[in-house]
Ligand binder design. Sequence first.
Ligand SMILES: NC(=O)N[C@@H](CC(=O)O)C(=O)O
Ligand SMILES: [Zn+2]
Length: 442
Amino acid sequence: MNGHRMSGHNDLLVTGAAVHGGESADVLVRDGRVVAVGPDATGAATETDLERVDADGLVLLPGFVDLHTHLREPGREDAETVRSGSAAAAAGGFTAVLAMANTSPVTDTGEAAEHVLDLGVAAGLADVRPVGAVTKGLEGAELAELGMMHRSRARVRVFSDDGRCVHDARVMRRALEYVRAFDGVVSQHAQDPALAGPGACCHEGEVSGRLGLTGWPAVAESSIIARDAELALHTGSRVHIAHVSTAEGVEAVRWAKRRGARITAEVTPHHLLLTTDLLGSYDPVFKVNPPLRPQEDVDALREALVDGTIDAVATDHAPHARHDKEHAFPDAAFGMLGLETAFSVVHDVMIASGRMDWALLTERMSTAPARIAGLAEHGQHIRPGSPANLVLVDPRAEVTVDPGASLSLSRNTPFAGRTLTGRVRTTILNGRITVADGEVRP
Ligand SMILES: NC(=O)N[C@@H](CC(=O)O)C(=O)O
Ligand SMILES: [Zn+2]
């Protein structure tokens, strides 16, 4: 449990917010929970000890949940710490983040998972849940201590070797069999290493030929998705596909769902907006794994996010120190920042364009990721009794992305200078404001 922090106020009264994007109402929060919604909210507030948040024109949603965040602590605290990453998460409207296991040391034991959990509680800015490695040291050979991680205080339920694919089918089968006992899930970085290396650094297609870069093909992704769907059917276990990036990958997930596999999938904001067109600059800020793809893939991903083939948006927030990014394109590190810009990108691409409504955005950014990760205190419908993990967003405000203003320790955002419609205003964790207008609340 997060320690109860005194914010100086017992009650928080959010006035005039469009709750879930619908009717505007007042919402009263007390002791970490929503206690009243609507006309009685104001009356129930204790006048002496009340903080008011004027939310006229703003939309109130359950806080966002990120299934895919890289926090770099322990090991690379120069790129991100649990605290700086949690601050970036809160600034982006996230109340919970799943911290990937590819740290140094790798999160592959119960103690390592508890360490990340404790750092998250100490930072107090987001509910930080460690993802456990599938294999020891992410080596792909021997299963990590999956059961111990689940039975630890961290209660790990999501396992991933992310950054690497669990490519050995026998290992993947064993991992799936193992996690079924506690309704765990394996999140797969779907990419056949035999088709995606060595030296691959961009999408294989017209663009790799034109730029003289080594590419990797869509089939490296879709073939692993198809295999893992078969393994999920065979074992009856849950598999989750991280950062789907291709139309072929989408088709494989669609086919797997039709067959009744227990499969879910995520897409990143950058794969919903950016294309290979940006690579002409050879700017390593656009180097990411999986790579940016052509417009046809982007179109397929948007469609899949609407029709439910893709269940969730996940950021794949991947901070990197300047000296790891400032290389020639083939030698630079893979990865992009994502937490602070995710909502603005998804709002701009999916809501402002009329492709999605607030209910669907809530499902994809809060409800579904909370369900996949088994986080009962997040992604809940806003009503009396629900946990006060909330976000207020301004659908009309524009944001021009300024890397210098980021709360991350890294600066590798691919959206620098872009103007997007839709802005996160205030994030509320356990009834307490964590970030308001980009400023962390002490
Ligand atoms: N996405 C990336 O380009 N990089 C991630 C690893 C990953 O998510 O595959 C990282 O850890 O930097
Ligand atoms: Zn990955």
